[in-house]
Design a protein around this ligand. Sequence first.
Ligand SMILES: Nc1ncnc2c1ncn2[C@@H]1O[C@H](COP(=O)(O)OP(=O)(O)O)[C@@H](O)[C@H]1O
Ligand SMILES: O=C(O)C1=C[C@@H](OP(=O)(O)O)[C@@H](O)[C@H](O)C1
Ligand SMILES: [Mg+2]
Length: 198
Amino acid sequence: MQRNPKTSPQPSPTRAANAVGPLPPAVASRTIVLVGLMGAGKTTVGRRLARVLKRRFVDADSEIEHAADMAIADMFERYGEEEFRDGERRVIARLLDSEPIVLATGGGAFIDPETRALIAARGISVWLDADLAVLAERVVRRDTRPLLRGDDPLTLLGALAEKRLPIYAQADIRVESSQAPHDRTISSILTELAAWKG
Ligand SMILES: Nc1ncnc2c1ncn2[C@@H]1O[C@H](COP(=O)(O)OP(=O)(O)O)[C@@H](O)[C@H]1O
Ligand SMILES: O=C(O)C1=C[C@@H](OP(=O)(O)O)[C@@H](O)[C@H](O)C1
Ligand SMILES: [Mg+2]
């Protein structure tokens, strides 16, 4: 049967937003900042979440690449990670100064103490958490992440997880981003945001 766009159910992100209702004022006034390991879904979930919330979406990695006119892997190679983190901090500080948006960070941004302090002061941090096996399976789809070159992704992600998980755990909200469709993760985020008191 042909679907009539006027009468068919709306796409699920809209339903998810309607189900939760307006965000509490403490959330409405803040930028929602997605943090977590590579492959957690910060970029792809963030883009869809922004659509649901009718907010602007910005991916910090894309902003950095645009500002430097260079791919992240090339930046790491040419200037090193420390310099990249400095640029990342500056870009995130600028973005946190704008109207409330949905901001996807790169996996290491929240690990930097100064960047983390900026996010804590001006944003609401959402940790997308997923099993390492799921992350490893997702990250092989793109070969753009310099920290995942040289060994198998599960080993490299495991080493990063050991250092980083206690820090991601400081985020305001934690949401599972494991073996489920993006929409399920978005619904979980919306539910947590609706209950957030600051
Ligand atoms: N909840 C999810 N369900 C299914 N696939 C996902 C989910 N989250 C992310 N992915 C997939 O995993 C890959 C990496 O996602 P991405 O958003 O780039 O992660 P990050 O920005 O956290 O590194 C993409 O191919 C994306 O479609
Ligand atoms: O975890 C990290 O340190 C990094 C994660 C990447 O972003 P994603 O988490 O979006 O892949 C990107 O910022 C860079 O390669 C470094
Ligand atoms: Mg990303």
